[in-house]
Design a protein around this ligand. Sequence first.
Ligand code: PAF
Length: 298
Amino acid sequence: VETFTTVAALRHFLRQEGGDAGVGFVPTMGALHEGHRALVRAARRESRLVVASVFVNPLQFGPGEDFERYPRDLPRDAALLAEEGVDALFAPGVAELVPESQETYVDVPSMSQELEGRVRPGHFRGVATIVTKLFHIVAPERAYFGQKDWQQAMLVHRLVRDLAFPITLRVMPTVRADDGLAESSRNAYLDAASRQRATILYRSLVAGERVLARGVRRRAEVEAVMAATLAEEPTFTADYAVVRSAYGLKAEEQVTGDVALLVAGRLAGTHLIDNFVLRVEPDGVRPARDAGGWTFTV
Ligand code: PAF
């Protein structure tokens, strides 16, 4: 994998190699895990040229969050990307992507105020700004995001549409450990005991899905079951346990159609999130998508 640290060098490479090739792009903050591997594999299957970025974006961390201690291991990340046949790795320093004089920001208010946006004020403005910037630099045909950050994926969907980026958005299903814990770079902060306790997020989603499978359709009732399950783990401080429409993230009284069950909270000082995206029909409940994930075209 060729590694580029400047915008100019990456653009030069893309002009030389890109041509008419549809570029598949996987933006990441590094500390790559099996979830990222699944994104890269999908990009590799679907694109002639695959570009991944590793950039811990300071704009999306609030004061007192974990920007400084966020796990960084570029040689390991580069090795994983090489193993998966990625063509180019873009790993700029902070000053290359975020000049001190930067004053232009991108915001998607309908997606950035609630849930993670409420827990982490300014977070999604930072995400939207850097994703816009990366899309301008890489100009991909397809971009790959993980379902685990569902609200982020829906925000990027809106951004792509609003700013008329000619990009197909692919959202790939969450990769889980055998005990259900979603793969996440922040799992690296957890010791063995906390890691085991962190499965409470998954167990809460399973509990929510179970009441839906029993025929309950009142949102408040499903959310109450999810919240009660989270409360079973005394070391976990819940931020939210909600059911929203899957793509607009709206709170409807009745749960029907494609919906997202979203949970978040803190455990041992680590902020953790998870979700299920389900199709709720009169006669039952199932995952809204199979292993192929979602494709959003504009
Ligand atoms: O999901 C992430 O890793 C980040 O939020 C992203 C999309 C790379 C933007 O910094």
